[in-house]
Design a protein around this ligand. Structure first.
Ligand code: MEV
Length: 323
């Protein structure tokens, strides 16, 4: 028997960082997917083939699972170990992953691989989990690997679409997104999310009242944006919220020179608003555009040293695929 599942990546729209402290965020699933196949291997080891993650073949005895896995398989191996501790199994498995994430910038490939694997794995062993139970399993693995995180990316990979999220999946509300004409720019600088989350934690430790106030303001923006997104698109209104969120992110020092350059370049070309998307420190930004200024914004992002990424929003969540 063979089970294949795929899960999407994500783009954070509003509310990064404050979401780590229990405030809401808005996130959308994107059309880059991670596909994982689980099958019996008839051996006594767990084996993995992940050519897109730089791993041709990898295997581990069940007893050694979780002991210093290489970076590229940490999420899969940790999840498998947690799963087996909870639901002991006799048959061992072979796992194959396939990614259509851009090699330039993956929109949350670790959350997508974790979710796609969890879905394929539980289905393979005949264990039926609700979306929330699947989330809890994946979230446990993510926290074991990286220590921090709100789980918003897992929720986007599981539920798909565009969601209003309060961690850890206490609230997951689907937003009926009409249309959202965003251009996504990649700075060319890879940023490390846990490092940025820890930097903000330190700032919050040193200036608790100030940072708390900023988080509350971001939270208000998220709530307003959720309302605006469900109505017929008002570019001016939404653009203002994007700008306000970016200003607050700058105040907690997570924007970088490269991000600021791409944001500035987009604004100069007439974007309604532009902000970083995710942890900051590099990675991606997006600009709200309309048909009239879309090409100019793309050109300006490129001139400012960025790469324009081809992404579609509101993608479906985790699903089983034909073998
Ligand atoms: C990273 O893409 C978003 C953060 O809010 C971290 C998280 O929510 O896990 C910075």
């Amino acid at each position: 028997m063979k089970v294949t599942a795929s899960a999407p990546g994500k783009l954070m729209l509003f509310g990064e960082h404050s979401v780590v402290y229990g405030y809401p965020c808005l996130v959308t699933a994107v059309n880059q997917r991670l596909t994982v196949t689980v099958e019996a291997n008839g051996e006594s080891v767990f084996s993995l083939k992940a050519p897109d993650l730089g791993l041709i073949t990898y295997s581990k005895t069940i007893e050694d699972l979780g002991k210093k896995p290489p970076k590229s398989v940490r999420f899969v191996e940790t999840l498998y170990k947690i799963f087996l501790d909870k639901y002991p199994q006799k048959k061992t498995i072979k796992v194959t992953t396939k990614s259509d994430f851009s090699s330039l910038f993956g929109f949350g490939s670790s959350s997508a691989v974790t979710v796609a694997f969890a879905k394929a794995l539980t289905t393979f062993y005949g264990i039926n989990l609700s979306k929330k139970e699947l989330f809890d399993l994946c979230y446990q693995a993510v926290i074991a690997v990286q220590g921090v995180g709100s789980g918003f990316d897992l929720a986007a990979a599981i539920w798909g679409g565009t969601i209003y999220y309060i961690p850890p999946a206490k609230v997951v509300r689907k937003i009926k997104l009409e249309k959202l004409p965003l251009l996504v720019g990649y700075t060319g600088v890879k940023a490390d999310t846990p490092t940025l989350v820890r930097m903000v934690a330190e700032l919050k430790n040193n200036q608790p009242a100030r940072v708390e106030t900023i988080f509350q303001q971001i939270s208000q923006i998220v709530k307003q944006a959720a309302k605006v997104l469900e109505k017929p698109l008002n570019l001016n209104q939404l653009g203002k919220l994007i700008q306000k969120n970016q200003t607050l992110l700058k105040e907690i020092q997570v924007s970088s020179q490269e991000l600021n350059n791409l944001i500035w370049a987009s604004q100069q070309a007439g974007a309604y608003g532009a902000k970083l998307a995710g942890a900051g420190g590099g990675d991606c930004m997006f600009a709200l555009a309309d048909e009239a200024n879309c090409n100019k914004i793309k050109q300006n992002i490129k001139k400012a040293g960025g790469h324009v990424m081809d992404v579609e929003l509101n993608a479906p969540g985790v699903k089983l695929e034909e073998n």
